[in-house]
Structures are given as C-alpha cells and as structure tokens.
Design a protein around this ligand. Structure first.
Ligand SMILES: C=CC1=C(C)c2cc3[nH]c(cc4nc(cc5[nH]c(cc1n2)c(C)c5CCC(=O)O)C(CCC(=O)O)=C4C)c(C)c3C=C
Ligand code: FE2
Length: 421
C-alpha cells in the first residue's frame, strides 16, 4: 500500500473522513464516561468560545504569545479542502475548549491523534483564527477549486511596497491560521496538530512566532522600546468594529459570503536593532513621534493625549515624517475611515547568518477594506518623496493579505461554509 493510501486510511479512521463525528462524539462520550481521564482533566484555565458571529483573535485582548502559520493547499479536489475545513472546525472548537483531541485508550497501532505536549498546561485563552489568501481562488491564472467567481474584490496578493525585501518562502499562502494564547506551547500544539491533520491536503509554507511582555495591564512595548498600541481603538468599541473592522454583506469591494469576516494584513518586519540602538534618545523620539517612556505625543504630557498636528504645520514639534504623523496625519474625515485595528507581536530569533540580531515586529492588523485602510496608510509610510523615517531601521521580509472567514455560529456549521455552499 502506498504512503498516500496509508494516510488516507488513517485519516478515514481518525478525523478527515468523519469530520464532526470522531472528535465531537468521541470527546463527548468518552468524557462523560471517563470523568477521571487525566487528559480530559488537564485544562482548568479560562477558555474562549469558538462559536460566534465573528472569529476570535481579532477583538480578543491580545494574549502574550502568537504563532501564525501559512499553508499551501496541495490538493486540487475542492471536496478534500471542504473536508479539511470541517475537520479543522471540530479541532479548533476542541482545542479552544482546552480539551485533548482524543481520549485514551487509543488504538496503539496508529500514531496518537493528539501529540500531547499541552497535557497538564492551562489553555491560556487560546484563540484560533482562520483566513484565506487570494491564491486559494486563483493561482497563475488557474481557477483551482471553482471558487474564482467568489473571490472578494478587495482580496489581492500583497503587493511589494517601496523598500520591501519580501522573501517568497515567508510571504503569501492559501490559508493562514493565527494561534494566540498565554503559553507558547499551547500555540505550537494547536498549529502542529492542525498541520498534522492537513497532511496530504495542505502543508506549511511559513510560520512565525511572536510574543509580548507579560504584564498585567497597560500598553505593551515593541523592540524599539516604545509603547505600541496607544492609538489603537478600544476593543469594546463596537461602533468602531462595525465601521472599520467587520465586513458587511453589502460591502461592494468584498463578497456577501464574507459578511462577519474581516481582512488580515500580516507584515514580518525585521528591525535593525543594532543600528537603532546607536540613535540618540531625541532622534528615537523624533522618528516615532512620541515620547519614549510615557508614550505621550511630542506636544503632550500623558500617553493618551491627542497630538495637535494642526498647530504644528511645519513639523517643528512632531516631525512631518515621523511614524505616527504619517500613519495618522489627523486631517479630515479620512483619518477616521482609514483607522485599522493593530494586533502585532514582537519576534526574537537566533542571530542571522552574519551575526545580527534577528528580531522585529510581526505586524498584524485587521480592517474592513485593505485598499482604503491599510494600503492607504502604508502608501504614505512608504512614499519615496517623504518616507517614514522608521523605514531606515526596518526591512519587511514576509507576510500577506488574508480574508478572515466569518465566525462559525454553532456546532454543525463549519469554517468557510458560506464560501463553499
Ligand atoms: C501600515 C501600517 C503600519 C505599519 C506597517 C507599522 C509598523 C510599525 N509600527 C511601529 C511602532 C509604532 N507604531 C505606532 C503607531 C501606529 N502605527 C500605525 C501603522 C503601522 N505601523 C498606525 C496606524 C499607528 C497609529 C497612529 C495614530 O493614530 O496615532 C506607534 C505609536 C504608539 C501607538 O499608537 O501605537 C509606535 C511606537 C513599529 C516598530 C513598526 C514596524 C516595525
Ligand atoms: Fe506603527
């Protein structure tokens, strides 16, 4: 029997062939029958509900760790893709609930259904957010799954912006899964097991971890040492989310099936730490456009003071090419319409091949319209006539544009159902 046949047989017995049955039923029955089962009793921490109008991991307060994984779909059979989405739906609900993917006893003649490294750990408010890239609809002119006509107008491949150093193996992807939790092992476990279940249907294209400082409250800092997120909208601001984040069925530049979803922009931004660290204190503040310790604007005293750019037309207090002034010049209505929800993480990896610190920002933002929001801001930041001063200290090496699928409203429904059916 070929390797492929073995895998098919295995998947058929485990999950893919019986999505929603094996995991859901097994878990339900076994947990009722085996209340002392160690695996089932491992997770006591707070969990978030997978089911809802919108997916979690967008307006969820950022957990301390992230693991973002992009997949290339290798099957050309839309039914297999649909089955994978059903299986991932079941798995995501189970993982977010802090339950193992299988209970003992398992068939010793097969690999374990759950890899097990999370057993005994708190779930850490795990969220799993699933999104799809433009290439799922069309790649090199080919309508891979008969879905081309359903591609949301605004979902394109991420373009190469001025000064970008995109590496193919770190960029784009057919499907992206963002796992966030207060424990990096929980994130890893989720991505690993989703990857394992996808074997033969989709494989990992790139993966990027990220973390934030563990702090009870307050704005967290990026690796330039500045508070990052000060001007973000409040997560409880439902009006903002309705206007600027969640896609509506009537959105002309989107697709009706994507209602309740949003667009996710990922940029893997390497930060030239060694060069930055040689800049003077005042230069660092000028580049960002905010005070380093307090996070206050240059003309303010406290973090949440509003900068008064109109009173500083020549940029004597806040440089015209500072990061915050270019990101949000605060001129007219456009400023509000353009605003995005940022949800990034720092990344710190081993030294690069020439001994430099390999660290940066895994920039993630959510918006209702990539072109009129993220791209509009990004084009100002990368305008060769007056680029963001910060561009001299960063290199964007990867990322992509993705459409976050609508939430799964209840058990029995699945991720991407409105796209496929
Ligand atoms: C196009 C979008 C943006 C990219 C890419 C980006 C990269 C990036 N940002 C920082 C650090 C800070 N950004 C801050 C504010 C800020 N950044 C963006 C957009 C992008 N940033 C926006 C829209 C804003 C808000 C502007 C405003 O409304 O005032 C800040 C200031 C604190 C804050 O408000 O969060 C910092 C610091 C880094 C290091 C970086 C890439 C490495
Ligand atoms: Fe920024």
């Amino acid at each position: 029997m070929s390797d492929k046949m073995n895998r098919r047989a295995f998947l058929g017995m485990t999950a893919a062939g019986a999505a929603g049955v094996v995991l859901g039923d097994l878990l339900g029955k076994a947990q009722a029958a085996l209340p002392t089962n160690k695996a089932a009793a491992t997770t006591t921490s707070e969990t978030l509900d997978f089911y809802g109008t919108h997916q979690t991991g967008v307006v969820t307060p950022a957990q301390n760790f992230a693991n973002v994984a992009a997949f290339d779909v290798t099957t050309s059979d839309v039914k297999e893709l649909q089955t994978l989405m059903k299986q991932w739906t079941e798995m995501a609900a189970t993982l977010m609930a802090g339950k193992p993917l299988a209970v003992e006893p398992q068939d010793a003649a097969f690999p374990p259904m759950d890899t097990g490294e999370q057993l005994g750990l708190d779930t850490g408010k795990l969220t799993l957010t699933f999104a799809i890239g433009a290439s799922l609809f069309e790649k090199e002119g080919v309508d891979r799954f008969g879905l081309r006509s359903r591609k949301p107008v605004g979902l394109t491949e991420m373009p190469i912006f001025h000064k970008d150093s995109l590496q193919e193996q770190l960029t784009h992807g057919d499907i992206v899964v963002q796992a966030c939790a207060d424990d990096p092992i929980i994130c890893f476990h989720a991505i690993r097991n989703l990857t394992k279940a996808a074997r033969g249907i989709a494989h990992l294209r790139w993966q990027q971890t990220g973390q934030l400082g563990v702090k009870a409250q307050g704005t967290k800092r990026n690796l330039f040492g500045f508070k990052d997120g000060t001007a973000n909208p409040a997560l409880q601001d439902e009006t903002f989310m309705k206007n600027n984040v969640w896609i509506d069925a009537s959105d002309k530049d989107s697709a009706p099936w994507l209602a309740g979803g949003t667009y996710m922009v990922v940029r893997r931004i390497h930060m030239r730490i060694e060069t930055w660290d040689q800049q003077t204190y005042s230069d660092q503040e000028e580049i960002i456009g905010r005070q380093k310790v307090s996070g206050a604007p240059m003309d303010g005293k406290a973090e949440f003071d509003t900068p008064q750019f109109a009173a500083d037309a020549e940029g004597k207090v806040t440089a015209l090419d500072s990061h915050i002034r270019l990101s949000n010049p605060r001129t007219g209505e456009n400023s509000e319409r353009e605003r995005i929800l940022r949800r990034g993480y720092n990344f710190m990896e081993n030294l690069d091949s020439v001994g430099r610190i390999n660290a940066g920002l895994l920039f993630v933002c959510f918006n209702r319209n990539i072109q009129t929001q993220f791209e509009s801001i990004q084009k100002r930041l990368t305008n060769p006539k007056m680029p963001d001063q910060m561009l001299a200290y960063t290199d964007t090496t990867g990322g992509g544009y993705f459409a976050v699928l609508p939430g799964v409203s209840s058990k029995g429904s699945y991720l991407g159902q409105t796209l496929f059916e």
